[in-house]
Design a protein around this ligand. Structure first.
Ligand SMILES: [Zn+2]
Ligand SMILES: [Zn+2]
Length: 125
């Protein structure tokens, strides 16, 4: 049974990029807007379906549950287990990246972008 990311990648003959795209959430390390640290066990991390990552406060107070990159809504990011409970599916084999994506939202730009979107519930967008 493969126990590391590298073994799993080789077993299925995937490139590094394919593997990262297919297998797991990226667990980005910070809020895209305020740059607050969002470690893998954070209960404040929120993601859209493309995994744009914001803290709960910025989702509520800055972007109004409208992702500034795709227009979708946000959900709490699941916590990846830190222990190897089964088959190497854990944080040690699939670590969070350390490079932050810091792209603060411009209030005026987001207000006009989200104006026609926020009135729809995320499942209706
Ligand atoms: Zn934030
Ligand atoms: Zn998004």
């Amino acid at each position: 049974m493969p126990t590391s990311k590298e073994e799993i990648r080789r077993k299925y003959n995937l490139t590094e990029e394919e593997f990262d795209t297919i297998v797991a959430l990226a667990l980005r390390p910070t809020c895209e807007h305020c740059n607050k640290a969002l470690p893998p066990d954070s209960l404040e991390a929120r993601i859209c379906s493309f995994e744009c990552t914001f803290c709960a406060t910025c989702v509520a107070e800055v972007v109004g549950n409208v992702c500034p990159n795709c227009g979708g809504g946000f959900a709490p990011r699941p916590i990846r287990p830190s222990r190897n409970w089964r088959n190497g599916n854990y944080l040690g084999a699939f670590p969070a990246p350390s490079t932050p994506k810091h792209k603060p939202v411009d209030a005026a730009t987001h207000a006009s972008f989200s104006a026609g979107i926020r009135e729809f519930a995320p499942e209706k967008r």
